[in-house]
Design a protein around this ligand. Structure first.
Ligand code: AP5
Length: 310
């Protein structure tokens, strides 16, 4: 009996050693990601008794079952390591960018999540967020000349003519904050003419981020979207409603966020998207925009890091 117990304990020790050996050596040591075997095991919710004082576990469960538990834990460890790696890649992204004055373009269909991601990107990289939609809505509200020209197109869900919007963006990019901090163009360029205008002005970018979301998902996102006029924060009545009753009461819906108008907006988008993407094929990264915002954000961080490193 004593012999059986000792050999079982030895076998268990061997199994556990192989579980630990499974963890890549780059993570076993204090890795550049800051992850250790211990933390990965914690993430996998493992409670391994590395002293093996409690050999009765083997006696109670039998060696086969213990081996099975270890096999299952191996799989859990693997997924925990993947999660740790994804999280730390995104944490490392701003540091990987490591330079100020990034020049970024984010594109995608109406309601693909551009504005939502821009809130995160501008915090992480300190760039100036230039949303042509926001600029035009402000111009309409103020009743400026640009606003007057843009209003009827926007109300119909159509694109504002290139000659109206190109000058607005060109002037804004010339301002000192964009030159110092870099910029994030959101919703521009949206036509081949706008992309050509940027190129002719010698404006180049570090990364072109494209959020890919199928049309059927976009309609639901559009009709449920609400914006806080005080903070500018974007909410969704189903996916991300505000917790605060006061915020909920003051939320606004955009005039063009109706099912009818989004169909026109999508037509305009599909008519131009391939040509615009073609202008940025060398710095372009397609990202699955259907995942949760924090998952999309991690992919965006990795995309920026990859283009800065290239
Ligand atoms: P603009 O304001 O740029 O509108 P858009 O391109 O249609 O994009 P949206 O603002 O509707 O969506 P978004 O991608 O920012 O999505 P969001 O993050 O809000 O342009 C408006 C108009 O201005 C145009 O139609 C045109 O007339 C004119 N215009 C602008 N630029 C122009 C240009 N360059 N040339 C000519 N005309 C121009 O997210 C949408 C919703 O989904 C939110 O409720 C959000 O909470 C939710 N959501 C976001 N991400 C996720 C996620 N991952 N999962 C679930 N829900 C999510």
């Amino acid at each position: 009996m004593k012999y059986t117990l000792q050999s079982s304990a030895f076998a268990l020790l061997m199994c556990l050693s192989s579980t630990l050996a499974f963890v890549p050596s780059s993570i076993n040591a204090a890795s550049p990601w800051g992850t250790t075997t211990e933390s990965a095991l914690k993430m996998a919710d493992l409670n391994l008794d590395t002293n093996f004082d409690d050999v009765s576990v083997v006696r109670l469960l039998g060696l086969k079952r213990v081996k099975n538990i270890i096999r299952r834990n191996k799989a859990k460890t693997e997924s925990a390591l993947k999660a740790a790696s994804a999280a730390e890649t995104s944490e490392a992204a701003p540091a990987a960018a490591g330079k100020s004055g990034l020049k970024l373009i984010i594109a995608g269909a109406p309601a693909s999540g551009k504005g939502t991601q821009c809130e995160i990107i501008k915090e992480e990289y300190g760039v100036v967020h230039l949303s042509t939609g926001d600029m035009l809505r402000a111009a309409v509200a103020e009743g400026t000349e640009v606003g007057k020209q843009a209003k009827e197109f926007m109300n119909a869900g159509k694109l504002v003519p290139d000659e109206v919007i190109i000058g607005v963006v060109a002037d804004r990019l010339e301002q000192e904050d964009c030159k110092t901090n870099g910029w994030l163009l959101d919703g521009f360029p949206r036509t081949p003419g706008q992309a050509d205008a940027l190129a002719s002005a010698g404006v180049t970018a570090d990364c072109f981020i494209f959020l890919n979301v199928p049309d059927e998902i976009l309609v639901e996102r559009v009709v449920g979207r609400r914006t806080d006029p005080v903070t500018g924060k974007i909410y969704h009545m189903t996916f991300s409603p505000p917790d605060d009753e006061e915020v909920l009461a003051r939320l606004e819906q955009r005039d063009d966020d109706t099912e009818e108008k989004v169909k026109v907006r999508l037509e305009q988008f599909h008519a131009n998207v391939e040509a615009v993407k073609g202008s940025y094929s060398e710095i372009g990264v397609d990202i699955d925009g259907t995942a949760a915002p924090d998952v999309v954000s991690k992919a965006v961080g990795a995309a920026i890091a990859s283009k800065i490193a290239a």
